[in-house]
Design a protein around this ligand. Structure first.
Ligand SMILES: C[S@@+](CC[C@H](N)C(=O)[O-])C[C@H]1O[C@@H](n2cnc3c(N)ncnc32)[C@H](O)[C@@H]1O
Length: 491
């Protein structure tokens, strides 16, 4: 089936005897005209829904809803309006499969990564059983297409096993293509496991070097929560009331003793240094302890009074007292979301964290700077890359505060005095400069020195190169979806 007449003609010339139907695969009434099939294979167009006219997307949602009246309209709408058009084609193609028959589609891995993943797989679970997702991490199936492809193999059998086999080809596709049946294909794959669709992307994506290192360094790896208290950054409920530019705070003569510099997310696409420069933060937060008498801070009190109306229209009004932010200060921060840079910030003085940054407060016996070195080195970057959730879309990998507490990191308590000194020196050499895209970071001498010191804390140092390769490949798989850098000056 092909909508483009030239392409259809080429297909006809190529496969004589085949019936090539000039059709829009998303046309209404198609199933009535063509019937259903034992096997439906396809390579649907990859196109972000945002590039398609809304009226067309609405019409397509209506087609899919007619195909699958049992599906919740909210799910169908979520797929047709927000996902890659391939997601809509998947639902349509499943309808062309006879009950009990099979579908095999080549789609973009964005279908397990992007925002639209949840409604798509929730919808599919109600009408089919996904048997396998297959990727070829070291091959480019389509030299001319800017997508990372994946095979979806599904049977039109609702209520089957909810856990597809997650397969990464280790043999050339040409060799694997001769295998018949999923067991035979799996025999030439690195097989991964994951329980929920939200985890499929990470399970498929994580480079083998991550698993290799985690095994090699196993005895030296602990969850971050064992080394530090990791807390959510602050949610003000009304940023316009509680965050001010320094200059504005000065203009309103807000009492400086109750203004705290704010560390915001290093994920804004632009390079950031590890070290937080003392006056770097353009923002300060109004940080008042709950038991303070507002008469002690007349200028802040006047500001709050002027903005009371704004604050009371938000969740702020549930806070008691509403003007006292629940903040904790820290010197070390873990970012919540990652583009192509891995930067964990370290400040000279305690600062408050914005909601997109977690505060990391070392537990007794854990050296702050050594922990900062570990968090900024390759093994932690690879852990963040490998285990993050990609459900935010736009190629971003995210960690919830619970994920961050579980994050496997090297146990820095293994470092002796001289190692701690060496870790601190390596970090100090790197910290003031901007951290770049990972592909520019690899091979930089200061970065290598930090990695070496950190990886010396555990076996597995010989995996350094393989880990970098894995990290770069994995970031490259999502890089094309990332938003372009936003100039830091935009604030
Ligand atoms: C990723 S290409 C695959 C080309 C070829 N079938 C192959 O497998 O190499 C997607 C094809 O889908 C066709 N196409 C796009 N929208 C379509 C639609 N609504 N109905 C049918 N074909 C469509 C495009 O013309 C394009 O040839």
């Amino acid at each position: 089936m092909e909508i483009d007449r030239d392409a259809a003609a080429r297909a006809r010339a190529r496969v004589t005897g085949a019936t090539i139907v000039d059709e829009d695969v998303l046309a209404p009434g198609l199933v009535d005209r063509l019937g259903t099939f034992d096997l439906v294979i396809g390579n649907p167009p990859y196109m972000l829904a945002g590039k398609i006219d809304l009226a067309v997307r609405r019409a397509r949602a209506a087609v899919v809803q007619t195909d699958w009246p049992e599906l919740d309209a909210r799910l169908v709408d979520g797929v047709a309006r927000h996902a890659d058009v391939a997601a809509t084609c998947l639902l349509r193609a499943l309808r062309l499969v006879r009950p009990g028959g099979r579908l095999a589609f080549v789609v973009s891995t964005a279908l397990v990564d992007a925002d639209a993943a949840a409604p798509l797989w929730e919808a599919i679970a109600q009408i089919a059983s996904v048997r396998a997702l297959v990727i070829a991490p070291s091959e480019r199936w389509f030299a001319d297409a800017a997508v990372n492809p994946m095979l979806v193999i599904a049977d039109r059998l609702p209520g089957g096993s909810g856990r597809p086999r997650l397969l990464r080809l280790t043999a050339p596709t040409e060799v694997a293509a001769r295998a018949i049946g999923l067991d035979a294909i799996a025999a030439v794959c690195d097989e991964r496991r994951a329980d929920t669709p939200a985890q499929w992307g990470a399970a498929l994506r994580a480079p083998a070097a991550w698993f290799a290192w985690r095994q090699a360094a196993a005895g030296a790896i602990v969850p971050l929560s064992e080394l530090a208290a990791v807390r959510r950054g602050m949610t003000t409920g009304a940023n316009r009331v509680f965050y001010l530019r320094r200059a504005d705070a000065a203009a309103h003569r807000l009492e400086p003793a109750y203004l705290a510099p704010v560390v915001r997310s290093p994920f804004n696409g632009s390079p950031t240094a590890i070290a937080v420069a003392p006056d770097e933060s353009p923002l300060v937060a109004i940080a008042l302890p709950p038991d303070l008498a507002l008469s002690h801070v007349p200028h802040i009190a006047a500001w709050l009074d002027d903005h009371r109306g704004l604050a009371e229209r938000t969740s702020v009004k549930r806070r008691e007292p509403w003007w006292s932010l629940p903040f904790s200060r820290a010197r070390l921060f873990l970012a919540k979301a990652y583009g192509p840079r891995f930067v964990q910030r370290l400040a000279d003085v305690p600062m408050v964290a914005d909601q997109r940054v977690y505060t990391v407060e070392p537990k007794p016996g854990v050296d702050l700077v050594a922990l900062a070195a570990v968090l900024n080195a390759l093994p932690t970057a690879l852990a963040l890359e490998s285990l993050g959730r990609a459900s935010m879309g736009y190629g971003v990998v995210e960690h919830t505060v619970a994920d961050a507490n579980e994050l496997p990191v090297l146990d820095v308590r293994r470092a002796d005095r001289s190692q701690i000194t060496a870790l601190a020196a390596a970090l100090a050499a790197l910290a003031p400069r901007l951290v770049e895209h990972v592909k520019l970071e690899r091979g930089r001498a200061d970065r290598l020195a930090l990695d070496r010191q950190v990886m010396a804390l555990a076996p597995g140092g010989d995996l350094h190169d393989a880990m970098w390769t894995g990290l770069l490949q994995s970031v490259a798989l999502r890089d094309r979806y990332l938003l372009p850098a936003i100039p830091a000056a935009a604030g």
